[in-house]
Structure formats: structure tokens, C-alpha cells
Design a protein around this ligand. Structure first.
Ligand code: AMP
Length: 211
């Protein structure tokens, strides 16, 4: 049983590592960004409510996201633990989570801003399956999703100006969040400027020693 939280800037490789961690520790991967983007694609009432906020790189309200996460944590697949990716984003959200779950293992993937901006310029999302991945620098419109063959596009919120805004938002919010969790048992920072394989190795080792 391991209740994992993954914290890292946009483009830190968080999504990729989350999939690997979820597989290794056999827990559901709960990505609030993925859930919201899926709702936008499906044009559900939730999707319509959050579409403009997400595209602008702003955060949706604590109340909306808390309701969504709380409902998701009630699913039976979280009985043996979970991996939350993208929540909590604020100290207020962290305090809400404390009311619902304890024994959290918090994993922080650290990557400097310059590296993030470079990485996000090559990031694309599949319009069909929603998978996020990097493409080669000389990317042309002809490259398709290697998993489902769908069309790869740049995420609206990966445009340069929006990325800068998201990084400023991330830095302002993540710092107090990390300070809060660092003061507790069960906190781990991993250097995200290594190959994805090395990052996974460090994450697995760290989680094994904490979990
Ligand atoms: P992400 O894929 O985690 O970068 O999330 C994409 C977008 O979804 C964010 O820019 C926010 O608009 C929204 N979002 C995801 N998680 C949260 C959260 N915990 N609190 C507020 N907004 C969120």
C-alpha cells in the first residue's frame, strides 16, 4: 500500500515517470491534467467549464479540483494505494488531501527552467489517445502518434508565452508546497536532468526506501 504524490514542473518528465511508477507499484495513475483534458475533448459540462482556463495556462479552482480528486479517490482501485499527478498544486489543496488520506510519499522531480522551456518546445499531444510525448526537433506535421496513429499537435498550453506563465505559476505555488512536504517524513527529491531511465531508477529506489 503506497499513497504517492508526484510534484514537478510542466515538462519535467512527470507524466512519463508517473506511468512507470504506477506500473511498478501497481497503483492507479490519477493525473488531474489528463482527466480535465479528456473532459474537454469529450465536451462534458466539466470540460466546457474548464476549457478556457486550461488553454490560458491558469489553474482551475481549488474547490472544483478537490471535488474531482475526492470522488476519484473513492474508487475501489485505490484500495492498495494511488499515484496522484498534478494534485495537490497549492498548499490549500494539500491541506484538503490531508483530511482524506495519510501516509503520503511525496516525490519531487527537479528540473531547472531553461531545460523545461527547451523540452516543452518539442512536446506534442495525440488528439486521439491524449498521450503526451516528445518529437524530434525537425518535427513536421507528418509525424503520427506511435501508439494509436492519431494526429500529434502542440498542446494549447505549450505555446511559449503560456509556458512562461505556467512556469511562474508553478514556481510560486510549488515552493511553499515543497516546503510543507519537506518538513514531513516521506519526502524525496530526484534529479530530473538525467536520462528517463536513470530518473526511473532513482524514483523506484527512493520510493522503495520510503514506502
Ligand atoms: P497539467 O497537465 O498537470 O499541467 O494540468 C493542465 C492544466 O489543468 C493546468 O494548467 C490547470 O489548468 C489544470 N489543473 C490540473 N491540475 C490542477 C490542480 N491540482 N489545480 C488547479 N488546476 C489544475
Amino acid at each position: 500500500m503506497v499513497n504517492l504524490l508526484l510534484i514537478g514542473p510542466p515538462g519535467s518528465g512527470k507524466g512519463t515517470q508517473a506511468v512507470r511508477i504506477a506500473r511498478r507499484f501497481k497503483v492507479p495513475h490519477i493525473s488531474t491534467g489528463d482527466i480535465l483534458r479528456q473532459a474537454v475533448r469529450d465536451e462534458t459540462p466539466l470540460g466546457r467549464e474548464v476549457a478556457a482556463t486550461i488553454a490560458a495556462g491558469s489553474l482551475v479552482s481549488d474547490e472544483l479540483i478537490a471535488n474531482l480528486v475526492r470522488a476519484r479517490l473513492d474508487w475501489s482501485d485505490t484500495a492498495s494505494g494511488f499515484l496522484l499527478d498534478g494534485f495537490p498544486r497549492t498548499v490549500a489543496q494539500a491541506h484538503l488531501l490531508d483530511q482524506w488520506r495519510s501516509d503520503l510519499v511525496v516525490v519531487h522531480i527537479a528540473v531547472p527552467d531553461e531545460d523545461i522551456i527547451r523540452r516543452l518546445s518539442t512536446r506534442r499531444i495525440c488528439q486521439s489517445c491524449g498521450l503526451t510525448q516528445s518529437v524530434s526537433e525537425e518535427w513536421g506535421r507528418t509525424e503520427d502518434c506511435p501508439y494509436c496513429g492519431g494526429t500529434l499537435v502542440r498542446r494549447d498550453d505549450d505555446e511559449a508565452a503560456t509556458v512562461r506563465k505556467r512556469l511562474v505559476t508553478y514556481a510560486a505555488l510549488a515552493e511553499p508546497l515543497i516546503t510543507l512536504y519537506r518538513s514531513r517524513a516521506g519526502f524525496l527529491t530526484v534529479n530530473g536532468q538525467q536520462s528517463p531511465e536513470r530518473v526511473s531508477q532513482d524514483l523506484f529506489k527512493g520510493i522503495d526506501s520510503l514506502g
